[in-house]
Design a protein around this ligand. Structure first.
Ligand code: PMP
Length: 428
């Protein structure tokens, strides 16, 4: 893997901040974009811009074809069975709000509800069976980003329901025995992060999906932190839903996706209403469009969807195994070198982890440390990382988090560790 060549495609990396070369280690928040992605979006606005699906004219048809091609590219990238199983959204947060809202409507629409309890809550051999009239529950884990927690929490609270939470140990590993016990409480949905944005833990999602399916419970996987780092195969994972953000995978902001198994997406009612998602409309009644359009009300972000396709093609153009190895090497190196700093405590020490390292240092506030190393040119994130319950679990106000992308180098790891060492000395 030629990192110099790769970095030349990310001009934003080649700059000085406060007179120091920029070391960008905030990739879990958002990755930088390669030239090809920026050019694709620009090209769309220069030559193809048009509203899609509605026009008979040349430009509209061209833009529609390009948009639907992008959908197919996303489907192939995550190994979805069909392109109609991909819904374009603004990103992970919107995808999760869509699911929480649609599930709520599903559960509280009587006709469909009776279908759900007969069709979906039975395992294939007919056992076990959910008790009738049970309280609405959703099962999440102790390490969820607020985006995969608050929408479900608000949804269950509106119906006097309950959020069930899978606990984790001190290393940041989920307790699967407790998970099994909580499944027996009949949550309607299980929602889990593939990779924690604070701890870096890679959760055993395939196993967790298998366990949930024994109870006929659908599983939503939050792939925000996994899709840029690991190959995703939603059919192999067998998850019912997989959500992600384009901007964390070298694509523009404002675009992301929701994968759902067609049989689930067919059942779920629409999330937003308006143009494009309808079939027939009268003042008395509206019928809805087919998948995937049923979930794409209004004018979508076509330019960003095309940018997302180009970002995927950019990743596919690299050897993904090599990229994974490179990122694993960065992580290994940073952990090894940080461990030598006095008073450091890693937050998240699972054996299977990826993409990032989180830590605190005795006597040093994460915010102060982040601010000082910023002046040395190093960009990291400090704080609760939109996962306050994780901070509470570990009894800390926040962490310093360094997160990696394929363009980072071992030299940057060294620059980061040196900056942390210097800052910690200054602050103690
Ligand atoms: N889930 C996880 C695990 C994340 O890391 C993030 C972003 N930090 C989100 C959800 C929310 O993503 P977005 O802001 O792109 O919607």
């Amino acid at each position: 893997m030629n990192i110099t060549e790769i970095r030349s495609q990310f001009p934003v990396l080649d700059q000085q901040v406060y007179g120091k070369p920029l070391v960008y280690l905030d990739n879990a928040a958002t990755t930088q974009k390669p030239l090809c992605v920026i050019e694709r979006e620009r090209d769309y606005y220069l030559h193809e811009n048009c509203n899609i699906h509605r026009g008979v004219h040349y430009l509209s048809q061209k833009a529609t074809e390009a948009y639907e091609h992008a959908r197919q590219t996303v489907a192939d990238f995550i190994h979805a069975k069909e392109a109609k199983e991909i819904i374009f959204t603004r990103g992970t947060t919107e995808s999760l709000n869509l699911l929480a809202t649609s599930f709520e409507h599903l559960f509280f629409s009587e006709t469909i509800n009776s279908q759900l309890s007969t069709d979906s809550q039975l395992s294939t051999d007919g056992e076990p069976v959910e008790p009738l009239n049970s309280q609405l529950k959703v099962l999440v884990t102790a390490m969820e980003h607020h985006s995969n927690l608050v929408p479900w929490q608000q949804m269950v609270q509106r119906h006097n329901g309950q959020l069930l939470v899978v606990p984790m140990d001190d290393k940041g590993v989920l307790d699967l025995e407790q998970y099994e016990k909580l499944l027996k409480e009949w949550p309607k949905v299980v929602a889990i992060a593939h990779i924690s944005n604070v701890l870096g833990t890679i959760n055993p999602v395939k196993e967790m999906v298998r366990m949930a399916h024994e109870y006929g419970i659908p599983v939503v996987v939050d792939g925000a932190q996994s899709i840029a780092h690991h190959s995703i195969d939603v059919q192999d994972m067998d998850c019912d839903f997989f959500v992600f953000s384009g901007h964390k995978m070298y694509a523009p902001m404002g675009i992301g996706g929701l994968y759902g198994k067609a049989e689930w997406l067919e059942q779920l009612p629409p999330y937003q209403f308006g143009g494009e998602m309808v079939d027939r409309v009268s003042f008395e009644k509206t019928t809805f469009n087919v998948l995937p359009y049923k979930f794409e009300a209004g004018t979508p972000n076509v330019g960003a969807a095309l940018g997302l396709e180009t970002a995927i093609q950019f990743m596919q153009g690299l050897n993904r195994k090599e990229v994974e190895q490179h990122e694993a090497q960065l992580l290994c190196s940073v952990i090894e070198k940080l461990a030598e700093i006095d008073g450091i405590r890693f937050i998240g020490e699972a054996e299977r982890r990826s993409g990032l390292v989180s830590f605190v240092i005795d006597g040093v506030h994460p915010y102060d440390l982040g601010t000082i190393i910023d002046k040395m040119g190093v960009a990291v994130r400090t704080g609760h990382h939109c996962a306050e319950p994780v901070m509470t679990r570990f009894g800390i106000p926040g962490t310093v988090r360094a997160s990696f992308a394929l363009y980072n180098t071992l030299d940057e790891v060294d620059a980061f560790v040196n900056a942390v060492r210097k800052a910690a000395t200054m602050l103690r």
